[in-house]
Write a protein that binds this ligand. Structure first.
Ligand code: PMT
Length: 405
């Protein structure tokens, strides 16, 4: 299915690609922006073509790539002033320290910096550079100046860098950039001023120092909801079981292991929250006793005595001062029937039901399909799509319901 969302006024976006290793991600970025309805044209600085070919970006954008301010053929077709006027938005990704410095000083020494100077369109930059270059006080002061003059700075993220360093300076992932650009472009921040608490991932219940009880949750669905809520303007706190995905940009993350720890973290954070989304696959049971020594395999059979874990979602929904509560239902049969039972029994406002037996959907998959059931009896099927797109749709539904209330 197409990942195009409900936004249909196509805006013209000029993507400036500068010379950093992250330029190789721009083909994906162009694709993500086009999926979101943007008309994309690409301008490359001379350094950018060392990292990605103009041909690649021409193929994905569907338009010739602009590189040279003195290219007569390009100037005849769409000159730098026309490009500057054509753009509703300017995005520079990756934005190197060099290009950032040039923009701060109003330099116009290549096609991209000339267009930036000649355009009235809002400018967004996704910095990408070595962590030491990012931390340098000159770069920081340049970023501050740009932010003060209304430029939106997307990221950077932190982590391992191409040069082997670890730290801040990585370009945000294309999907994150595209989502943020979309929400900025369409002024769509329906959760501004709202606090959202989300649980995600599995919980892990120790049996002994070696073994544990857990499940196949990867955290992808819950992390996507955290990102979507953040992009929708909310202050987001994610309580996550053990997963191996990166922390969403701008989201507070608390890491836990067991259901008991997740419950404690929720209890400590729920005060003042407007929306709670329980997406974690919390283990329903944990061992009554955790052996501090590795259990020996002496017998042919062994019994493990389990105790019921507290239901975190139901606890939140039963609070006197409760937020808007959204649960998930992972079902392998009679999806709607069992999801409705959970909606009622746990006193939820909304439940997102997924059939976890469908190949390629549910646990540890890129895509999902969800049936949203509302306490008023309304239902909405969110067709198969990536978890990011579904997360955005869930957030839109929640925002709509909060507006109605
Ligand atoms: O993480 P992914 O790989 O992306 O997979 C996504 C997912 C399949 C895990 C997700 O879409 C999902 O369905 N999450 C809920 C999984 C689950 O535990 O469902 P359940 O039907 O057993 O629980 C119902 C609800 O109660 C859930 O909101 C759950 O978070 C909550 N619960 C359950 C038990 C418990 N002790 N405390 C809870 O809060």
């Amino acid at each position: 299915m197409s990942e195009k969302t409900s936004f249909n006024q196509n805006k013209n976006l000029l993507l400036g690609v500068t010379g950093g290793i992250a330029a190789y991600k721009c083909a994906d970025l162009v694709r993500r922006l086009k999926e979101r309805g943007f008309n994309v044209r690409v301008v490359m600085t001379p350094g950018a073509s060392e990292f990605i070919t103009p041909m690649t970006l021409q193929a994905v954008s569907g338009h010739p790539v602009h590189q040279d301010i003195f290219d007569q053929a390009m100037e005849a077709a769409m000159g730098h002033i026309e490009l500057a006027k054509w753009a509703d938005l300017l995005l520079i990704a990756p934005a190197t320290a060099n290009t950032i410095a040039k923009i701060v000083h109003g330099k116009a020494d290549n096609l991209l910096t000339t267009i930036v100077l000649a355009s009235k369109a809002p400018l967004m930059i996704a910095p990408a550079m070595n962590q030491q270059m990012w931390a340098n006080s000159v770069t920081q002061s340049n970023i501050e100046k740009l932010s003060h003059s209304g430029v939106t700075v997307l990221g950077p993220g932190a982590g391992e860098q191409a040069c082997g360093d670890i730290g801040a300076g990585r370009m945000l992932e294309p999907l994150d950039i595209a989502q943020q650009v979309q929400s900025i472009a369409y002024g769509d921040k329906p959760l501004t001023g709202k606090k959202v608490l989300i649980t995600a991932g599995p919980t892990v219940e120790a049996i002994d120092p070696v073994r544990f009880i857990s499940n196949h949750s990867s955290g992808k669905m819950g992390y996507a909801i955290a990102k979507a809520a953040k992009i929708a303007g909310a202050e987001v706190h994610l309580i996550s079981g053990p997963v191996s995905i990166g922390e969403p940009f701008g989201v507070q993350v608390t890491r836990v292991t067991s259901a008991a720890q997740m419950f404690d973290a929720v209890k400590n954070s729920v005060e003042g929250v407007d929306i709670f989304v329980g997406c974690a696959a919390v283990a329903d049971y944990s061992p009554v006793e955790v052996s501090c020594q590795k259990i020996k395999k002496n017998d042919e059979e062994m019994c493990l005595l389990l105790k019921r874990n507290p239901d975190i979602l139901a606890w939140v929904a039963n609070r006197a001062e409760r937020p808007y509560v959204v649960g998930f239902a992972a079902e392998s049969q009679s999806l709607k029937f069992y999801a409705n039972k959970k909606l009622e029994k746990k006193k939820l406002d909304m439940i997102c039901a997924n059939d976890i037996c469908c190949e390629g959907l549910g646990f540890n998959s890129e895509d999902n399909q969800l049936l949203l059931l509302d306490k008023s009896g309304e239902e909405k099927l969110l067709n198969v799509a990536s978890k990011e797109v579904l997360a955005q749709q869930i957030i839109e539904q929640i925002a709509m319901k909060l507006n109605e209330a």
